[in-house]
Design a protein around this ligand. Structure first.
Ligand code: ARG
Length: 462
């Protein structure tokens, strides 16, 4: 744009310092808003025409000019090569004026870059949110397919990463499904507050042109128009909310990543990683590394960082627009990109791992994971649970000393700790029974898990 005029040149006699101009520029990244800004400009032109601020012919010229620019942006690889454009808004206006002349100069009536950028960013983010929900759903489907691939399988459950109680493999898959279900709700919630039209707020005070803002909102698919112009141009709450929702998605993906990484170690050995999602070592020929999962875990950091950047950028800003707010874009763009790609990679990982059912079942049957079962057994026979807990603790200690599992102890030995133990104890201590008794809503009994799996499927299909 060096040979074109700046949007705000009239008041100035001197030139901007080159380093400052480069520092000030956002076109390097906000060109991502090209299509939403063109779209909003089309609707704004129509609003101006309806308000009598543009003739039909001028409005027509603007529409055709914007169509041409859009077409060129899609077909000319060097279309965005412009070292001088300050931002995407001035770029579009300069290109339009170069194309159609005076009519292009009339398009900015009744708007400011302040309401323009807020509008374009909201349009852009709305699409991203919708696409992101689609990616979350794809990851959820991958989890359900992984559960279905091993329907009868069992896994040791952990607390403090110490063996705790056995759970169904599908129960583990569904735990992550639930987290992602909440993420979808959150995205939809953020969408509601994103989908409000700021255009018509102009710089900060509102516009004096009689533009029908409701009609503009309708044409752009917004659910409502902003109620206060000062707030509308300075509000980036929707960016923070998006980044926060995105952060929780990354929390969930990073926890899933960590579980799979741990389960894929030789020490655990429950999960086998497919070649498609693993890497080797340049030095150690035997290695198969879970890089895909480590990257998902690692990239969560940048999304959390963006959330904090956005909050910090907004903190203490005076009303209304301030240039600080230009910093919102890279944070939001990178957040969206990181979450999209992480969800895609995670879905791919889930389709390229396999549970080693035998090994997981063996592990689930050992390590005294039925100790709680024994305490419940004694409690059912009338012993207060606290006393039962104490007795079983002593039985476990004795069993460890003898190198046996609880169900491997002879009956007489168990009876030394409590005469309430009878021959039916072995059935109670079996893996099958341990699982089957967890039959209340939300529990891991095979019947409950089968129901939950079907309900989860239905929630996606419905
Ligand atoms: N590039 C600016 C941004 O991203 C656009 C708005 C500029 N408005 C202004 N009055 N300087 O925030």
């Amino acid at each position: 744009m060096s040979d074109e005029k700046k949007l705000w040149g009239g008041r100035f006699t001197g030139r901007a310092n080159a380093r400052f101009a480069a520092y000030n520029r956002s076109f390097g990244f906000d060109r991502a808003l090209f299509l939403p800004d063109v779209r909003a400009s089309r609707v704004h032109a129509e609003g101006l025409r309806a308000a009598g601020a543009l003739t039909d012919a001028e409005a027509e010229q603007i529409q055709e000019g914007l169509n041409t620019l859009q077409w060129r942006s899609e077909t000319e690889s060097d279309f965005f090569d412009d070292d001088a454009a300050e931002d995407v808004h001035s770029f579009i206006e300069a290109r339009l004026v170069a194309l159609i002349g005076d009519a292009g100069r009339k398009l900015h009536a009744g708007r400011s870059r302040n309401d323009q950028v807020a509008t374009a960013l909201r349009l852009w983010l709305r699409d991203q949110i919708d696409a992101m929900e689609g990616n979350v759903i794809r990851a959820q489907r991958a989890l359900l397919d992984l559960a279905d691939a091993h329907r009868e399988a069992v896994l040791p459950g952990y607390t403090h990463l110490q063996r705790a109680q056995p759970v169904m493999w599908a129960h583990w898959c569904l735990a992550y499904f639930e987290m992602l279900a909440r993420d979808r709700e959150r995205l939809r919630d953020v969408r509601c507050r994103t989908n409000v039209l700021p255009l018509g707020s102009a710089a900060l005070a509102g516009t004096s042109y009689p533009i029908d803002r409701e009609a503009v909102a309708h044409a752009l698919g917004f659910d409502a128009v902003s109620r206060n112009s000062l707030d509308a141009v300075s509000d980036r709450d929707f960016c923070v909310e998006f980044a926060a929702a995105a952060s929780l998605i990354m929390v969930h993906l990073s926890r899933l990543a960590e579980d799979v990484i741990v389960y894929a170690t030789t020490e655990f050995g429950f999960i086998e990683l497919g070649d498609a999602i693993s890497t080797g070592s340049s030095l150690m020929p035997q290695k198969k590394n879970p890089d895909a999962l480590e990257l998902v875990r690692g990239k969560s950091a940048r999304v959390f960082g963006h959330t904090l950047s956005l909050l910090t950028m907004l903190k203490g800003l005076p009303l209304a627009y301030n240039k600080d707010m230009q910093e919102d874009k890279e944070a939001v763009f990178d957040t969206a990109h990181t979450v999209h790609t992480s969800l895609e990679v995670m879905a791919t990982v889930l389709r390229n791992i396999r549970l080693r059912e035998e090994r997981a079942r063996e592990a689930a049957a050992r390590g005294y994971m039925n100790a709680t079962e024994l305490a419940d057994y004694l409690a059912r026979k009338g012993l207060p649970f606290r006393e039962a807990h104490e007795a079983v603790g002593r039985i476990v200690l004795a069993a460890i000393g003898r190198g046996l599992e609880l169900h491997e102890l002879p009956l007489e030995e168990m009876r030394e700790f409590s005469p309430l133990v009878e021959a039916d104890v072995y059935a109670a201590l079996s893996l099958e029974q341990t699982l089957a008794t967890k039959s209340q809503a939300g529990g891991t009994s095979p019947a409950r898990v089968a129901e939950a799996l079907a309900a989860a499927r239905a929630s996606l299909d419905g």
